[in-house]
Design a protein around this ligand. Structure first.
Ligand code: B16
Ligand code: MG
Length: 217
């Protein structure tokens, strides 16, 4: 039976992708090259340092490790400044309603995010109290598509992995869920998320009954 749901944060519960984008774009401009919205697609769900490597590749730059750490810190400081003004109005449509309905039906709820800034976002949007377990980028050693973030979530909830369903907007996250032995709902377009058990465009209107229908799959 399905007894727990694990949620990715960025792109599933909140749209922080736009803040990541303007911070990376600002860094690229300072380094002297263009960074487009299309380029930014490659960064979704990817860890901070891996994102920086992609950005530098786009700009044709190869700085040393120390400079890279400085650049990542600079981008993060801007990003933290942008998300510090976030509030509950930036929770994506349907997300809070769905989480509330899970709680009413006794289904456990966990966070499985790559972000080291997850707590700031959860606190600013008022989402923190809804989670029975929170696994973020400060608790993991391996980035998605490694399954670690989700297996740790199941362990902290005390449920078997096969009873968990993951909600993800990134291909790397769907692969991580599959490798963890969990079912997965993709949020976005079927072209990129085709490997999920079910793909929906958003959590708006999504119900617990539809979730439980995945048990037969
Ligand atoms: P930070 P998620 C991911 O969050 C983002 O999708 C990705 O764009 C970001 O680089 C990564 O977190 C690390 O974030 O720099 O804040 O530690 O989708 O796994 O919730
Ligand atoms: Mg995401």
């Amino acid at each position: 039976p399905i007894t727990a749901c694990l949620f990715d944060l960025d792109g599933v519960l909140v749209d922080t992708a736009k803040y990541h984008y303007i911070a990376w774009k600002r860094l690229a401009e300072e380094l002297g090259f263009e960074f487009t919205e299309q380029d930014n697609e490659r960064l979704k769900g990817v860890s901070r340092m891996a994102s920086l490597d992609i950005l530098l590749e786009i700009g044709g730059l190869a700085p040393d490790e120390e400079t890279k750490l400085d650049l990542a810190a600079k981008k993060n400081a801007w990003y933290v400044e942008y998300i510090s003004t976030m509030d509950a109005s930036e929770i994506l449509p349907g997300a809070l309603e769905f989480i509330q309905s899970l709680k009413e039906r006794g289904i456990k709820v966990a966070l499985g995010s790559a972000s080291k800034n997850a707590m700031l976002i959860l606190n600013n949007t008022g989402l923190t109290p809804y989670f029975d377990a929170i696994i973020d980028g400060t608790k993991t050693q391996q980035a998605k598509p490694d399954p670690e973030v989700f297996t740790l979530g199941a362990r902290e909830l005390g449920v078997p992995t096969e009873s968990c369903v993951v909600f993800e907007d990134a291909e790397a996250g769907i692969e991580a869920a599959t490798r963890a032995g969990m079912r997965c709902v993709g949020i976005g377009s079927p072209e990129t998320l085709g490997r999920a058990n079910l793909v929906i465009s958003s959590l708006e209107g999504f119900t617990v009954d539809r979730l439980l229908g995945l048990q037969e799959k």
